[in-house]
Design a protein around this ligand. Structure first.
Ligand code: CP
Length: 314
């Protein structure tokens, strides 16, 4: 594959390869802190049409750890304001000689469109509520580091499933690797379609909590909910916030995860976010490792596609 667009279309073997390479990258760079210049001479362009702290900086650092150059594009301050289209903008950046385009956009399917229109590798950094494959991979890597494997694990994705690209990428990735996935949240934010697809759907966190090995706590995406009824922040926190009282009902070795950004006091309270079960900052560090793995594997596939020998500086 020359593109990373979603986890739904990847096989379990492809996902495991990405995780294995990410683990090697993490160890080879002393926890993603040192450079291993495997991809010197290549260039990564970050095209972000939505805000980001973790994904954007993490892709940028991953490329730099691999010795590649980076181009940072944000729609504000660019010629998008003069009417240039998404595809024309991407083609313009590609014409500057980039090897990977990393794209985030509010419209589902935009990375798939670029993969058809561009000749370089395309990586989805989040397309609206559809998918966020590198977030899914970094969550999987974090779980595997703590639990070893996915067989027999019960993982609950909790919160605003309807608008969460992180939820979708996790659900597909966890399912392919053998975990039992529970999709939990208010009925307004969890589609019954998940039940039809064979996943467990729950609306009461307190009922499922005692049998969960991992909770992944999602932010309510108010910015995507204009036409949809939703519980108030107060109601949501009462029913779904992971707090000290709920921690007492959880398994002793439960992993508390969140893709971030977190809203303290809404889906998670500070004592849980900063507590001993939380792996939120480990997830952030693993983000660099999985992005290094994705860039490296796609570059190798792209070189093979073009008939370029491995490690060549052509
Ligand atoms: N998890 C995540 O995608 O965070 P950012 O929006 O900060 O990139």
């Amino acid at each position: 594959r020359r593109h990373l667009l979603d986890l739904e279309s990847l096989s379990a073997d492809e996902i495991v390869t990405l995780l294995d390479v990410a683990q090697v990258m993490k160890e080879a760079t002393g926890g993603c802190r040192r450079k291993i210049s495997l991809l010197q001479g290549k260039t990564c362009a970050n095209l972000f049409f939505e805000n980001s702290t973790r994904t954007r900086n993490s892709f940028s650092l991953a490329a730099k750890r691999l010795g590649a150059d980076t181009v940072e594009f944000g729609s504000s301050g660019s010629s998008v304001a003069k009417g240039e289209t998404y595809v024309d903008t991407a083609k313009t950046i590609e014409a500057m000689g980039v090897d990977w385009v990393v794209t985030r956009h509010s419209t589902p399917g935009t990375p798939h469109l670029l993969a058809r229109e561009l000749d370089c590798c395309v990586l989805n950094a989040g397309d609206g509520p559809h998918e966020h494959p590198t977030q899914g991979l970094l969550d999987l890597l974090t779980i595997r580091q703590h639990r070893g494997s996915f067989e027999g694990l019960t993982v609950a994705m909790v919160g605003d499933i309807a608008h969460s690209r992180t939820a979708r990428s996790n659900i597909w990735g966890l399912h392919k690797l053998g975990a039992h996935v529970i999709v939990c949240g208010p009925p307004t934010l969890v589609s019954e379609r998940w039940r039809e697809l064979g996943f467990e759907v729950a609306h009461h966190l307190d009922e499922i909590l005692p049998r969960c090995d991992v909770l992944n706590l999602l932010r309510i995406q108010f910015e995507r909910q204009k036409a949809r009824p939703f519980p108030s922040v107060h109601e949501y926190a009462a029913l779904y916030a992971m707090n000290a009282a709920r921690m007492k009902k959880a398994r002793k070795d439960i992993l508390i995860m969140a893709p971030g950004p977190i809203n303290r006091g809404v889906e998670i309270t500070p004592e849980v976010a900063d507590g001993p079960h939380s792996v939120i900052l480990e997830q952030v560090n693993n983000g660099i490792a999985v992005r290094m793995a994705a860039l490296w594997l796609l570059a190798a596939a792209d070189d093979a596609h073009r008939g370029i020998a491995p490690n060549s500086q052509e």
